[in-house]
Ligand binder design. Sequence first.
Ligand SMILES: *[C@@H]1O[C@H](CO)[C@@H](O)[C@H](O)[C@H]1NC(C)=O
Ligand SMILES: *[C@@H]1O[C@H](CO)[C@@H](O)[C@H](O)[C@H]1NC(C)=O
Ligand SMILES: *[C@@H]1O[C@H](CO)[C@@H](O)[C@H](O)[C@H]1NC(C)=O
Length: 178
Amino acid sequence: MVQIKSSLVFLFYAAFTLATPAQIESDIAVISTDVNNLSNGISSISNSSPSLLGALTVHSDAVTLANALTSATTAATSNGALDVADGTTILDDLSTISPVIQDTLTDIVTKKPAFTTLNGEVGGILALVLQDLENLNGNTTALANALIGIAPASLISNATTLKNNILSAFSTAIAAYS
Ligand SMILES: *[C@@H]1O[C@H](CO)[C@@H](O)[C@H](O)[C@H]1NC(C)=O
Ligand SMILES: *[C@@H]1O[C@H](CO)[C@@H](O)[C@H](O)[C@H]1NC(C)=O
Ligand SMILES: *[C@@H]1O[C@H](CO)[C@@H](O)[C@H](O)[C@H]1NC(C)=O
């Protein structure tokens, strides 16, 4: 019942809210802020003296980013086909964020000793990191597919390459925590 209700709410939203390219771009700006925040949070984790607060901040930043990815996906899904100008702007924005995402995913693997130490003190930390990575991977895939679905034909190839590069970095990080 709850599920039916939320599907109806979603349909109502999708049918009556006309997202615009500007909305997608503003949601992507939020993603950029949240990715930088997550990246800073992970950078500040120390393998030699990890703090639980630092790990929980990373988790909170990951949840914030997941929500931003989901908002952008909703905006993309409720927008019609993008023209080349808007599609290029969005692709350029995401191309700028992509290396930060990839570095962040490399860094979370580098910081596995810190999360392992914390996991020995408070159970469930490694599982939480894995769950956050899997959620973000799912939300990123959903956004990429939504954007590719509305991209002009001339940008689909580059958008697909961008998606594959990011998802490949996710699968390396997920493997390290699995
Ligand atoms: C960035 O992360 C910090 C914690 O690391 C949080 O307090 C702050 O609200 C975040 N900023 C944004 C814009 O999400
Ligand atoms: C996407 O993110 C939301 C939080 O916004 C989360 O509840 C959900 O599980 C994620 N979906 C996937 C497929 O990972
Ligand atoms: C697509 O990617 C290629 C190779 O990186 C680049 O040279 C080209 O400018 C990109 N095209 C668009 C439309 O972004």
